[in-house]
Design a protein around this ligand. Structure first.
Ligand SMILES: Cc1cc2nc3c(=O)[nH]c(=O)nc-3n(C[C@H](O)[C@H](O)[C@H](O)COP(=O)(O)OP(=O)(O)OC[C@H]3O[C@@H](n4cnc5c(N)ncnc54)[C@H](O)[C@@H]3O)c2cc1C
Length: 532
């Protein structure tokens, strides 16, 4: 008999909720977490300026009406320490700590066909068996440091934003080089610029950022909002992105130009990426429509950045707005007006190497005391592939996913019985409010395990046919949009040698949830259920 009903890997939003939900349904559960604390993303990414870009009234757990009434967010987009405190509070409130083992990395997981259980090995050499294996390793947790010749000779300090030292980093009076201008680079840059003697931003791809308009959550507004929280959460589950967004419901190309300007300006003033990008129906499916919003954004950059040459370099031109994660910042572009900030354009002068004193591009040498890598993640499948996962007949997940990760409904993959992936490839995951998508997946998994028990089954496995059909649907929907046009981490383009497969479901959180519910209600078609 297995030691446990379920092993969960990871203790971020997903692992925390999986422990709670599965325990509440009477299962024995242990989560292993590589980090020295819970929180996942919000444990590791403690760089200055880290904050959520989905409002916390959305980016928070909805499973407990009491929790959502008790907890009070200080502002619209709280910073990392507050989100971490929240997750810690959740673990306290629901007594989850005894079921989470910190500082323990899962190194291998093997399915035993005969015993119908998983054997899970951790980096302390311990082995535990479980009937079910739940991956909650995170879509954005396997961080990437680009291979930069000579980095080992650099005499200053360097850090990746996703492994930020808990004690912080003192940049006062230092010359700092920042590599990476995605969501994180854009968040951290103004914070460094405020204290460093000099900040060089090494930019390969200019990025779009909308203002946050971050502000405190006033008590009266909070009380009013919380009086209708339940209804709001329901709307979120049915929505496209996991956040209710009121768009105009019209295509931008059919709208008079002055109305377009007014609508975009109002949304720009209000702040937030989702309402801005959700203003019109055609922005993410029609290049001509996308050009309209892109030009609006470039105009905002031009009017903010005083040096016209720098402004033009900051104007994105190589991908449609929204086809990479839309960044949010109140002070990123204005930062370039500071005398101590220099933009280095890597498109015209690529980065060549590091040396003891700093970084060299093809045209100049930059003397530095510190380097910050905001270079992102091996997204979606990276962390799971770091575990030696072997399914039926010893097949390695790394081989099975050699041509790109795939999973039926983004939750289970053929050949790997009793294994579930929270926000896996083929689910809305990183293109949604992830707190909501995580809850939806965990609840589906809990219910599926419950169904097996209630109907005398012990195993569940996605069939290859169902998986292929689902991934074909995922691809078809993706290619009806502008998403695949970008060389983004969504498609694996940031990792050398990674197959280019668009593995995120862009058909909408609501429709996706309905499909998952239908499958469950119909007795799990597309899955092979087995009895002893
Ligand atoms: C800076 C940043 C800001 C973000 N902001 C938002 C936002 O505003 N809205 C939004 O929807 N999403 C946001 N995201 C995405 C975010 O990752 C998810 O919202 C969410 O936190 C993911 O939770 P998770 O539990 O699935 O994964 P994670 O939080 O990544 O947790 C996974 C955990 O698994 C652990 N782990 C991995 N492999 C192993 C192993 N082999 N053994 C043991 N433990 C392991 C890791 O250490 C990690 O702690 C952001 C991401 C980043 C990086």
């Amino acid at each position: 008999m297995a030691d446990l009903d379920v092993v969960v890997v990871g203790a971020g939003f997903a692992g925390i909720y999986a422990v709670h939900a599965l325990r509440s349904s009477g299962l024995t559960v242990r989560a292993f977490e590589a980090g020295g604390g819970i929180g996942g993303t919000w444990f590791w990414n403690s760089y200055p300026g880290a904050r959520c870009d989905v409002e916390s009234k959305d980016y928070s757990f909805s499973f407990s009406p009491e929790l959502e009434q008790e907890w009070s967010w200080s502002e619209r987009y709280p910073a990392q320490p507050e989100i971490l405190r929240y997750l810690s509070h959740v673990a306290d409130r629901f007594d989850l700590w005894p079921h989470i083992q910190l500082n323990t990395r899962v190194t291998a997981a093997r399915w035993d066909d005969d015993a119908a259980e998983w054997t899970v090995t951790t980096d302390d050499g311990a082995v535990v068996s479980a009937r079910f294996f739940v991956s909650a390793v995170g879509c954005l947790s396997a961080y990437q440091v680009p291979s930069l010749p000579g980095l080992e000779t650099f005499s200053g300090t360097w850090h990746h934003t996703a492994r930020w030292p808990a004690e912080g980093v003192d940049f006062a009076g230092k010359r700092v080089g920042l590599i990476g201008t995605g969501s994180t680079g854009i968040q951290v840059a103004p914070q460094i610029a405020a204290v460093a003697s000099q900040l060089y931003v090494f930019q390969r791809t200019a990025n779009y950022a909308v203002p946050n308009r971050n502000r405190p959550w006033e008590p009266a507004a909070e009380r009013e909002f919380k009086s209708r929280y339940r209804q709001y959460r329901k709307e979120a589950r049915e929505s496209f992105l996991g956040v209710p967004v009121a768009g105009t419901g019209r295509p931008v190309l059919a709208e008079p130009p002055e109305d377009v300007q007014r609508t975009f300006t109002e949304r720009w003033q209000a702040g937030g990426g989702m309402p801005f990008l959700g203003a019109y129906t055609d922005l993410l499916v029609d290049q001509a429509a996308n050009d309209v919003i892109a030009e609006f954004m470039r105009d905002r950059i031009r009017e903010t950045v005083s040096d016209p040459v720098v402004a033009e370099l900051l104007c994105p031109r190589t991908f449609p707005v929204g086809s990479k994660r839309l960044c949010q910042s109140d002070d990123y572009y204005a930062m370039y007006n500071r005398p101590n900030v220099t933009l280095v354009d890597l498109r015209s002068t690529p980065l060549e190497s590091a040396s003891a004193g700093g970084l060299s591009t093809t045209s100049a040498f930059y003397e530095l005391d510190a380097i910050v890598f905001a270079t992102g993640f091996d997204a979606i499948s990276g962390a799971l592939r770091q575990i030696d996962v072997r399914g039926a007949s010893g097949v390695a997940l790394a081989d099975r996913w050699g041509a790109g990760p795939h999973a039926y409904l983004g939750i289970a993959t053929a050949g790997f019985p009793n294994m579930f992936i929270v926000t896996g490839p083929g689910s809305p995951s990183v293109l949604s409010n992830m707190a909501l998508s995580i809850e939806q997946h965990v609840e589906w998994i809990r219910d599926c395990i419950g169904y097996l028990g209630a109907h005398g089954f012990t195993t569940v496995e996605a069939t290859s046919d169902a998986e292929e059909a689902w991934m074909a649907h995922v691809t078809e929907v993706a290619y009806s949009t502008l998403f695949p046009k970008a060389d983004s981490w969504y498609i694996g383009a940031n990792i050398p040698g990674k197959p280019r497969v668009f593995t995120t479901y862009v058909g909408g959180v609501g429709p996706y949830g309905s499909k998952c519910d239908e499958v469950a209600a119909a007795g799990y078609p597309g899955f092979a259920l087995g009895a002893p």
